[in-house]
Design a binder for this molecule. Sequence first.
Ligand code: DX5
Ligand code: ZN
Length: 217
Amino acid sequence: MVKIAPSLLAADFSCLAEEVKKVEEAGADWLHFDVMDGHFVPNLTMGPQIVQSLRKKSRLFFDVHLMIENPDRYLEMFASAGADLLTVSAEACTHLHRVVQMIHKLGLKAGVALNPATPLSCLEYLLDDLDLVLIMSVNPGFGGQKFIPSTLKKLQQLKKMVGDRQIEIQVDGGINKDTAPLVIEAGATVLVAGTAIFAQNNIVQAIKMLQTEKKKL
Ligand code: DX5
Ligand code: ZN
């Protein structure tokens, strides 16, 4: 069964602890923190403080998506704040392999995110060191955007590249009840969703909807 990672970016920031409790009780597997610095992406969102305060309130797996320039400067802060996995953007790291090593040295799982236009080839000499690859299905920076269709081919190619390695294939952006079955079929194992979960009245149903595999015709 695919894992569902609600993106906190779409939650009500005036009551984050309650929002996290809602998705945890509704059956979410991970909690996705969209960290943005206003440089790598044109938006500013949250830092290690938010991770730290919510760590005391939740047993979910904390999946921290660092959409920031030179993330190596902040790995330690997010690790001590209680992150379980840190995903860095390939395009934001001068020494990507070293950043992955640093994340592992901190005892965390390591992921690399690729923007929609970035080819899979940049993972060729890194794949054996990764726990997760995040395929961005929107241009990073905002929730509520439209799913980019070329993501499906990219997911299929990544699934082939991964082979039988134990690597999560995560997809992020514009995931909803229509796109979820398509990305699952293409090979995604972790679905990030913000609007499709937090903007819904029935969160339990919203999460269940995303977990359904494509109806076999
Ligand atoms: C975009 C973020 C995504 C986004 C997903 O930069 O990485 O996680 O919040 O939001 P929805 O699910 O609303 O597209
Ligand atoms: Zn994200």
